[in-house]
Design a protein around this ligand. Structure first.
Ligand code: IYR
Length: 218
């Protein structure tokens, strides 16, 4: 079934101006690793997740779940497990090139943000669904769909004034296990959200220019 669609909000004469305004707003988005202990209203997180849930997905299957973690004991427990994984990554089985590529980002085994950030959002995706009678149905492009939704989540949080950290331990099955997720869910990433610590610092990095990332055939 189809229904008519009234395109969004702006007059044709405003489109260019609006698009230009977005650039500096998103230039200010940075991943931060040190969070303030101020806890923003949970509804901000919920609203951003609602935005994420509006993302396009393969066959509109919406193959994602978002789990908000606020409890201090749970954050501490997940941090301990994450640091075990990171010890393996950085110390026990280091991939020298990978670690060299990360050196400018100042990350290490310690994952202080996992207990510091007021909110951790674990994001899961599913390659298939299982209904009440155990019947399976396929999802399409599940990981790509979760990636798009996560991008929208990060954008919504940024526009709401919150900062985030995208955290992807090399092996992240511990997250699905500890959170008691269904066996067919895969962990996509953990997103920390909150306000930056007043002494937060970010690495000096550059982004590729428009010319470098964009080719035009006009
Ligand atoms: N998961 C590790 C390593 C790491 C990997 C990538 I790719 C990064 O962009 C940053 C870190 C860690 O979080 O320290």
């Amino acid at each position: 079934m189809l229904e008519s669609y009234q395109t969004p909000k702006f007059k044709e004469s405003q489109l260019l101006e609006v698009s230009r305004e977005l650039v500096p707003i998103f230039k200010r988005r940075r991943t931060i690793r040190h969070f303030s202990d101020f806890k923003p209203n949970r509804e901000i997180i919920m609203n951003a997740i609602q935005v994420a849930g509006l993302a396009p997905s393969g066959a509109n299957k919406q193959p994602w779940s978002f789990v908000i973690i606020e409890k201090n004991e749970l954050k501490k427990h997940l941090r301990d497990l994450a640091e075990k994984e990171e010890y393996r990554f950085y110390v026990e089985k280091p991939n020298k090139q990978w670690i060299k590529d990360l050196s400018h980002l100042h990350c290490n085994v310690e994952k202080e943000f996992m207990t510091q950030a007021p909110y951790l959002i674990a994001i899961f995706y599913r390659h298939f669904e299982i209904d009440e009678v155990g019947e399976k149905s396929t999802n399409y492009y599940a990981k790509e769909s979760a990636g798009i939704a996560t991008g929208m989540l990060i954008s919504a949080l940024h526009l709401s004034g919150l900062s985030t950290l995208t955290y992807t331990p090399k092996r992240m099955t511990f997250l699905a296990n500890e959170l008691g997720r269904p066996a067919h869910e895969r962990t996509f990433m953990l997103l920390a959200a909150g306000l930056p610590h007043e002494k937060a610092q970010v690495p000096v990095i550059t982004k590729k220019s428009l010319q470098e990332i964009c080719d035009t055939y006009s």
